[in-house]
Design a protein around this ligand. Sequence first.
Ligand SMILES: Nc1ncnc2c1ncn2[C@@H]1O[C@H](COP(=O)(O)OP(=O)(O)O)[C@@H](O)[C@H]1O
Ligand SMILES: [Mg+2]
Length: 351
Amino acid sequence: MLSKDDVHKVLSGIDDPELKRPLTDLDMVRSVDIDDGTVRIEITLTVPGCPLKEKISSDVRNGVGALEGVKAVEVSFGVMTDAQRDNLKKKLGLKNSAGAAADAPVSFAKRFIAVSSGKGGVGKSTCTANIAVALAKLGYKVGLLDADVYGFSIPRMLGLTGQPTQIDDKLVPLRWGNNLQAVSMGFFVAEDEPVIWRGPLLHKAITQFLTDVVWDELDFLLLDLPPGTGDVTLTIAQAIPTAELLVITTPQATATHVAGRVAKLAEKTNLRVIGVVENMAYFESNGTKEYIFGRDGGKFLAEKLGVNLLGEIPLETSIREGSDDGHPVADSGTNEQQAVFEGIARRIVAM
Ligand SMILES: Nc1ncnc2c1ncn2[C@@H]1O[C@H](COP(=O)(O)OP(=O)(O)O)[C@@H](O)[C@H]1O
Ligand SMILES: [Mg+2]
């Protein structure tokens, strides 16, 4: 005989697609009625017009429909009341903004790694996106915060479109696969629109990305910093005193020079440099390596900083294409490309 318990049991195995927690845990199951083989389930959504309504509906239909004795499943939707939403936020470990000290250190990730370079165009975002993907594929819970508010590129590189759902004043980040969440200014403005903000607002945007976002309990939060050694690094150092710094450079002397400046900044801000990644290290054609941007700059910089060179990434058309098309090579590239980024990810995990 089909019971409500059976139905609840199935529902406790179905996750909200965004929050990745069972519907029952999130108090989203308002009612279950069984009427001669017809199961009627009412689900309360966090926001009306939730974009993932269809997914929830089909997951519930499929799951409950597979129970013995079920002839039909009817799913209807309601919206949480303010009190229910407050309750949900409590469950998610979120405070109302009013209650959270703006400058209190954040602690939702085991490790915070800021990815930096002295100047733009060295492939910092490309490396950050691919390392994040590689970590996620190793099974770690990863967040990627695009702190390059003016020159954001993470959405395109990960192929993420659409706007994060908002639960009151909290944002639910977009997901790449199950393990990687991302937040970027690019989710809110068009790519060709200029973002013009002054310092204090910039500071506020970054702190909001840290404090007003429904991050999972993360193993790693990677932060794609804007090029150079500006205010954003200071904001991050202030909000996350335990943050680590990963430096991306090309082999070129000027690039290592500016990257060295980043390291000095690290000293000033007390961020620990954990390693150097050399991007665009060489171009291979017909089995011969050409050192287009010079040679060993990454190695020298790492030595200068007293850290390890964590990897050398070649200059390859498909790496650029992967970034442009939203198919990062750490996931869909050649075995060699996947291995390079997995190697860097494993070295980061090991320290
Ligand atoms: N290893 C690489 N091989 C080929 N193209 C690359 C590589 N790394 C980065 N690129 C390309 O170089 C450009 C700049 O990279 P990006 O990651 O946006 O740099 P940054 O974030 O440092 O400004 C992008 O078009 C990117 O696709
Ligand atoms: Mg960038």
